[in-house]
Design a protein around this ligand. Sequence first.
Ligand code: HEC
Length: 121
Amino acid sequence: MMRPMFTWSPRQNLPFRVVAAALLALAACAAARAEIAGGRELTVGKHSMVEACAPCHGADGLAHDAEVPNLAGQNAAYLYNQLRAFRSGRRPHKEMLYMSRQLSDEDMRDLAAYFAHLPPR
Ligand code: HEC
C-alpha cells in the first residue's frame, strides 16, 4: 500500500497550504521595514521571519485559531526554549519542527524577544 507523503494527526490539522505559504515567506527575505525586538532592531530578513509566523500566530502574536497559542507577551526565555525544543524534537510538533528547522539560535532569540515585547490580548 502507498503511504501518503504527509500524514496529519487530528490535532495537527492546519491546512498544508498555510504551512507552505509560511515556509515560502520564511525563505523570501524581501521585506522593506524593520521592527523592534525588545529594543533591538529586527533586520530586514528577520522581519520576513515574523511574516512567516503570522499566518498561524498572527502578525501581532495573537492567534485566531484555538489550536495555535498566542505568542504576544509571553516570557522571552520561554519562547526561545520552546523553539529550541521544537527543533530538537523534544517538543514534538510537525509544523513547528518545519518552522524551527529554518532558524538559527540567534533567529530564535530575536523572534522570542520580538513576540515577548508585543502586548498580550
Ligand atoms: C503552520 C502554522 C504555524 C506557523 C507558520 C508557525 N507556528 Fe508556531 N505553533 C503552531 C502551533 C499549532 C503551535 C502549538 C504546538 C503544540 O500544540 O504543541 C505552535 C507553537 C509555537 C510556540 C510555543 C508557544 C507556547 O505557548 O508554548 C512558539 C514559541 C512558536 N510556535 C513560535 C513560532 C514562530 C517564531 C514562528 C515563525 C518562525 C512560528 N511559530 C510559525 C503553528 C505555527
